[in-house]
Design a protein around this ligand. Sequence first.
Ligand code: SF4
Length: 432
Amino acid sequence: MTVLNLLARRAETAPAARPLPTEVLRQRGQREVFCGLTGIVWLHRKIQDAFFLVVGSRTCAHLIQSAAGVMVFAEPRFATAIMEERDLAGMADPNEELDRVVAQVLERRPDIRLLFLVGSCPSEVIKLDLSRAAARLSARHGPDLRVLNYSGSGIETTFTEGEDACLTAMVDLAPVETATAPHLVVVGSLPDIVEDQFRRLFSAMGLPRVDFFPPRRAADIPEIGPQTRFLLAQPFLGATSQKLEDRGAQPLRAPFPFGAEGTTAWLQAAADAFKISPAVFNSVVAPGRERAKRALARHRETLQGKSVFLFPDSQLEPSMARFLYEELDMRPIEVGTPYLNKELVSCEISRLPSGVVLSEGQDVDRQLDRCRAAKPDLTICGLGLANPLEREGLATKWSIELVFSPVHGFDQAGDLAGLFARPVTRHAMLGV
Ligand code: SF4
């Protein structure tokens, strides 16, 4: 098992590509994406008193350690309980081993308030029941410590699905709602600096109460119920969204807050739900929107008219394609995504130009053939594809940077555009 999930080729069930939004090219075959463990890299920074214990192999440990770029002596809030051959062969009781490792972790880190047991391919294969382990450990170490579990296994999840699985588990800890008036919850892990920017905007609009989920501290998980109106900050949170709706919360659907227009439309959805007057909304939003537009103008000179091909990776692809087309005048050729939740991204794909190919899933060899034939000016793809495509003369952008960098909101719009402009500029300077 490697970090990349290389699945066996299966029969293709693809209809011919057609203009949006009615037809989607669906393919199944070998795919190249990270597994859901990757989400720990940004989640452990977000929830400051949480700890992520991966129950996995040395490969899993290596993935997290190298992706997070954290030195082992820096005491990060994640670790891997490595399953040895004795565990896999059934010669040791993995539950006893796990309890022992958890006790060690808690002795060393008594400040932990929320512990996630994160499943992996090896723990899936031996059918280790982490939900029972979480319940047992919660009873043993609670109530100050709460233990949850979710799967980041490459068998079950891709890349950003890890955050979705983590937040879905966390919904169980959300207190029963006591609010008698509507309140807003922003859902999706955002860097603190971006969260603070949004908080200031909502506050200036006069929204009575705004919470963020996940919170910075486990004790601050917001209450969820019929008075909750929630805005997704990330398009890959389909399961979390469904679970919030099951608790009675109402979703506010909008484009995602990328760029000047995406951010404005996202904020507008909240303003409409809370009946903020157009005058107030415009006065609060206009300065940031203008700043974002000015920042984008610099990069539009580089990107205008350039074609772009997006391989499936983070599920951010429809949102990025909308941003690149609508705000930077690029020409999307194919927009791939591992999964297409039309309900969540309909506001994005309805704004794409007709004729662009929207593809779900992956048969990587066929997709590479389409990419080579299209000769895009910019290819957005995972790490495993970027170097070979660069070697073939294509300019590429690693899509992983879109989840590792602050890219939401007005004040990050220029940085987001810069991520795409840099490889195009470098390519031109090298004269490839
Ligand atoms: S969970 Fe699976 S795919 Fe991910 S690093 Fe571990 S073994 Fe590899």
